[in-house]
Ligand binder design. Sequence first.
Ligand SMILES: NC(=O)c1ccc[n+]([C@@H]2O[C@H](COP(=O)([O-])OP(=O)(O)OC[C@H]3O[C@@H](n4cnc5c(N)ncnc54)[C@H](OP(=O)(O)O)[C@@H]3O)[C@@H](O)[C@H]2O)c1
Length: 286
Amino acid sequence: MILVTGATGNLGKATVEFLAKKIPANNIAVLVRDENKAADLKALGVNVRVGDYHDKNSLVKAFQGIDKVLLISSNDFNDRLGQQKRAVDAAKEAGVKHILYTSVSMQNIENSALKPLMEEHYNTEKYILESGLNYTFLRDNLYADIIPMFIGEHVLETGINFPAGNGRVPFSLRTEMAEAFANVLSTSGHENKTYEISNVESYSYQDVANALSAHSGKTVGYNDLSIPDFSKALAEAGVPEAMIGFSIGFATATKEGDFDVPNTHLEQLLGRKPSSLNEFIKEIYQ
Ligand SMILES: NC(=O)c1ccc[n+]([C@@H]2O[C@H](COP(=O)([O-])OP(=O)(O)OC[C@H]3O[C@@H](n4cnc5c(N)ncnc54)[C@H](OP(=O)(O)O)[C@@H]3O)[C@@H](O)[C@H]2O)c1
């Protein structure tokens, strides 16, 4: 039996939906924190188990009878490493044989503006390696789906105002990552492997602006703002300080090329090329 955590979230739910097309639903289990959010998962016929990364006993119970766990990284930054370590410990205690973990695909993490946020992924990988469990690291580069979060809802009117310079990112659609994960979960031969889940080419925010222009028929410009101007504009728009810091971290890491590591693993796992910039802009902004 295969269990997917984070199944009430975007990536986990999409993975379960793809997986249910490949293997019988009664061979799939999901971990959720709140059963009330699991009605659509129950309708798929999968086993719904309740547990929380903050509560190891709940995880040991939820992982009983499970062979493979896809551990979706937590979105809760309160002791994220501790939460994920607890999930690894629980998997070991419950007799799980293989743990797959959604890590991050970056270079220069040591010098990255995002080191405080992202090093937890690499520390979780290290902990999994030390656990002795079979592992698969699914190192995700950035979702194309988060581009609107950085460039704003009204980008067609405002243009892109983001301090990412000419930095490039091999964005890919979260649903395509999920499809690839379902392929990995439902086939053999992925033990002790690391996959960089990235598009085959990288795109700058000028490329994103050009794609938006082509898609909308309106000219969308890219303004590589200075960090102080960006910060001031967000503060004037009422964006909370923590979110401003988060956006500056992503812009700086992008500018420095920290995410610019395109790879063909996603293409191989999908069995086709991931959607290109023009295709995913159309999908996101349809
Ligand atoms: N590569 C990227 O561009 C990118 C972007 C954003 C995030 N991420 C990372 O990738 C992960 C998956 O992305 P996503 O879009 O699916 O995120 P998401 O929609 O926010 O889903 C996160 C999932 O984690 C669950 N979760 C949070 N804290 C938990 C806890 N203490 N115990 C058990 N489950 C817990 C949530 O459960 P509830 O529904 O109960 O809250 C939810 O199901 C994120 O959690 C984050 O670590 C990557």
